[in-house]
Design a protein around this ligand. Structure first.
Ligand SMILES: NC(=O)C1=CN([C@@H]2O[C@H](COP(=O)(O)OP(=O)(O)OC[C@H]3O[C@@H](n4cnc5c(N)ncnc54)[C@H](O)[C@@H]3O)[C@@H](O)[C@H]2O)[C@@H](O)CC1
Ligand SMILES: [K+]
Length: 490
């Protein structure tokens, strides 16, 4: 699992290191990495480095300092480097001196069009972790003219470093070199960051330094661990029995999808309970189906809600499963029931782990507001309010735990917005909860495999929930293979 720190945590850690390193050493280390990445991009895009043209766009602080030092290192490799100083009187003095000493050119305002025209790479050194708001007009004017690839220093300027939100002109980077730790923007808005390279500055980050990450991202190994290869001593019960309380006579499809996903996602036993028993049985002979939750056998977890209906009957079913003392994943109609009949939660005994899996609309029903720009804060607040793990669906599914931990999942394509796809996710998650996984990790792993199954099923063409469902085993195999060849699988 990889940690992601907000700018406050990074700045605090940087200050601690700065206090004990010689002036400028950290910056030059960072700048060297920027220069190396820039040279690689020049080679990639133009076939060489020497004699190429690079334009630096330099802001008022250390981010600009990084860019200026990087420009000096590029000059030493024969690159023609120009620098637009957005705040000449506040440009980083040592960086500017090094840049001039190397023969770098400060570009006058009138020469900007010519430089943006001829530059084969532009380095965004406008702002870094002290950024506030969108690009200001002078910087926006320069980037409006830019057609060459852009290398962002630390993060793309104009994008909120801690939420990834863009509410005005902002840099669209081809690549980013970031320092010390990834910031939320790198996970929440990867489209603006391009390929992110992390430079280790030896920053004291981590719980051992009293700086727990704001966000975490599962490595492929964490996801693979959710699907241990069943051993000889395993049997259908050790894998856990997942209960699916979904569907109604009018909506049997949701029950078929959710039960099928649990079957495909785990090798444990799956029980279905509800009025769609015949349809579920006909699709999945391995599912033990009964007419209602009251006469379903013991299970280790329930996934409830898809197609359940939001009336009295649905409420009784939800109250029943909440009272069984096993983890419950409440999705779809179960979320609406929690929102419209909150007394249903009285049936939940306190240490029954609850996982809510809202999309934005269900989130608004649940909490009274849509998640807004800071989705992490919204998910975190809802997790605390309901004392539940909240899996907030979106381009980057977030999984917040009541204790504040937040997972950011790999981006999933729009294809998963297809009807019924949420039912598949519920089934996968029900299976993992039944296997006894920590609900927060189970939700993260389920979302990861669900996203991969969507990619596999879609493979560039429109897909449907049942195809996503059929692709779940392939997605699990993919995770295991990535894990075996040691990739992080980001
Ligand atoms: N302290 C150090 O020695 C190191 C700092 N590093 C670099 O330093 C950066 C942080 O530098 P600073 O804290 O000086 O601040 P920045 O360079 O991020 O921002 C500079 C100034 O820009 C102004 N600003 C804020 N939002 C703006 C906007 N939208 N448009 C234009 N100007 C805006 C603010 O006045 C801010 O102080 C990091 O992102 C990283 O690139 C790294 O080199 C690691 C070492
Ligand atoms: K930047």
């Amino acid at each position: 699992m990889r940690g992601v720190w907000t700018t406050a945590g990074v700045r605090e850690a940087e200050d601690e290191v700065l206090a004990r390193t010689p002036d400028g050493a950290l910056m030059q280390r960072a700048a060297h990495a920027v220069a190396r990445r820039a040279a690689a991009m020049l080679t990639e895009h133009t076939g060489g480095v020497s004699g190429r043209r690079v334009l630096l766009v330099v802001g008022a602080g250390n981010n600009g300092g990084d860019a200026l030092w990087a420009g000096a290192f590029l000059r030493n490799r024969g690159v023609g480097v120009g620098a637009v100083l957005l705040a000449p009187e506040k440009a980083h003095a040592a960086g500017l001196a090094a840049f001039r000493r190397s023969g770098g050119r400060v570009v006058s305002e009138s020469d900007v069009p010519q430089w943006t025209e001829r530059a084969e790479l532009v380095v965004d050194g406008v702002v870094g972790i002290s950024a506030r708001g969108p690009l200001r007009p002078a910087a926006a004017d320069v980037f409006d003219r830019v057609t060459a690839p852009v290398l962002a220093v630390d993060l793309p300027s104009g994008v909120d470093p801690d939420t990834g939100a863009v509410d005005g002109p902002a840099v669209h980077a081809t690549a980013t070199v970031t320092f010390g730790a990834r910031k939320p923007v790198h996970l929440l808005n990867p489209g603006r960051c391009g390929d992110v390279t992390l430079v280790d500055l030896g920053l004291p980050l981590g719980a051992e330094h009293g700086r727990s990450p704001e966000l975490r991202q599962l490595d492929v190994a964490d996801v693979a661990a959710a699907w241990p290869v069943p051993g000889p001593e395993d049997d259908k019960y050790t894998q856990g029995v997942a209960g699916i309380a979904a569907g109604s006579a009018t909506y049997p499809g949701a029950a078929v999808l959710a039960a099928g996903a649990a079957v495909r996602a785990t090798s444990g036993m799956v029980r279905y309970a509800g009025p769609a028993a015949d349809e579920v049985r006909s699709w999945w002979p391995e599912v033990v189906a009964t007419g209602s939750v009251a006469d379903a056998g013991r299970v280790q977890a329930w996934a409830a809600g898809p197609g359940l209906g939001t009336g009295r009957d649905g409420c009784d079913v939800l109250a029943h499963v909440l009272g069984q003392g096993v983890p419950v994943c409440a999705d779809a109609d179960a979320i609406t029931l929690v929102a419209t009949r909150p007394e249903v939660l009285d049936a939940r005994d306190p240490d029954t782990p609850l996982v809510l899996t809202p999309h934005d609309g269900e989130f608004a029903r649940l909490t009274g507001d849509r998640p807004g720009a800071d989705r992490v804060a919204a998910a975190r607040a809802a997790a605390r309010r309901f004392d539940a793990v909240v899996l907030l669906k979106g381009h980057h599914t977030l999984v917040a735990a009541p204790d504040g931990r937040v997972l950011v999942n790999r981006p999933r394509g729009a294809w998963l917005a297809t009807a019924g796809s949420g039912d598949v996710l519920s089934g996968i998650l029900g299976g993992l909860l039944a296997a006894g996984l920590d609900p927060w990790l189970a939700a993260g792993a389920a979302a990861d495999v669900h996203a991969r199954a969507g990619e596999i099923a879609a493979a560039g063409v429109p897909t449907s929930a049942s195809q996503v469902l059929m692709a779940v085993p392939e997605a699990i195999r993919q995770v295991r293979a990535l894990c075996d060849d040691g990739s992080s699988g980001a």
